[in-house]
Design a protein around this ligand. Structure first.
Ligand code: SAM
Length: 185
C-alpha cells in the first residue's frame, strides 16, 4: 500500500468510527440516534392535542425533529433533554436561529435524572428497555391528565388510548383530570 491508500483507509476508518459513535454511543443510556419520521412527529403532536398551554418534554431530543415542530407549529413550551454532546450542540445551534427560541429549553444530561412534574406532554422514541425503566418514573411524577406519546415502542403495562398503526404512535393519558388543558393550537 502506498501513502495515498493508507490515508484513504485512515479517513474511511475515522468516518465510520464517527458515524458509529454518533448513532450508537447513546444506546447505553436508552436509545441510539434515529430521527422520528416527520409523519410520526405530526401524529404524536396531533394525537396528544399539543397546544400553547402545554409544556412538552422530549426525552432524548436528538437533533430536534419534535422539539422545533412542537414550538413552531403547536406553540408549546418545550424542554428537550439529550445526553449526547454533539447532538446537544446541534440543538443549541438550531435554537439560536429559531424565532421560537424563548419557548425552547435544552438540557444536556440523562432524562432519568430529570423531574417530570412540570410536563403536560411527554414524547419519546426510545429503546423498549428505556420505556420499561421510564414507566415507574412517569407514574410517580406526571400530573393527572398528562399525555405520553411514544413512537415505535409501547409502555408495557399501560393501555394506550389510541394506537395509530400508520405512524406507529401510541398515545397514553395519565388518570385524572387535566390540570392544564392545551386549548388547541
Ligand atoms: C431515536 S432518537 C430520537 C430523537 C428525537 N426524539 C427525534 O424525535 O428525532 C433517541 C435519542 O435519545 C437520546 N437518549 C437516549 N437515552 C437518553 C437518556 N437517558 N437521556 C437523554 N437522552 C437520551 C439519544 O442520544 C438519541 O438522540
Amino acid at each position: 500500500m502506498d501513502g495515498a491508500t493508507d490515508l484513504a483507509f485512515g479517513v474511511l476508518f475515522l468516518a465510520v468510527g464517527v458515524i458509529a459513535y454518533f448513532v450508537f454511543a447513546s444506546f447505553a443510556f436508552g436509545a441510539g440516534y434515529q430521527p422520528t419520521p416527520r409523519r410520526s412527529v405530526e401524529a404524536m403532536l396531533r394525537l396528544a392535542e399539543v397546544g400553547p398551554r402545554d409544556t412538552l418534554y422530549d426525552l432524548g431530543a436528538g437533533t430536534g425533529a419534535i422539539v422545533f415542530r412542537a414550538a413552531r407549529v403547536y406553540r408549546a413550551r418545550v424542554v428537550g433533554v439529550e445526553v449526547e454532546p454533539i447532538r446537544i450542540a446541534i440543538l443549541r445551534l438550531r435554537r439560536s436561529g429559531s424565532p421560537f427560541a424563548d419557548r425552547i429549553t435544552l438540557r444536556w444530561g440523562n432524562f432519568f435524572d430529570l423531574d417530570f412534574r412540570a410536563a403536560t406532554v411527554v414524547t419519546a422514541f426510545l429503546w423498549p428497555g428505556a420505556m420499561a425503566r421510564l414507566r415507574p418514573k412517569l407514574e410517580a411524577e406526571l400530573p393527572p391528565g398528562a399525555r405520553v406519546v411514544s413512537h415505535c415502542h409501547p409502555i408495557v403495562g399501560w393501555t394506550p388510548q389510541v394506537y395509530d398503526p400508520e405512524t406507529d404512535v401510541y398515545l397514553y393519558r395519565r388518570p385524572g383530570p387535566a390540570e392544564v388543558t392545551s386549548g388547541g393550537r
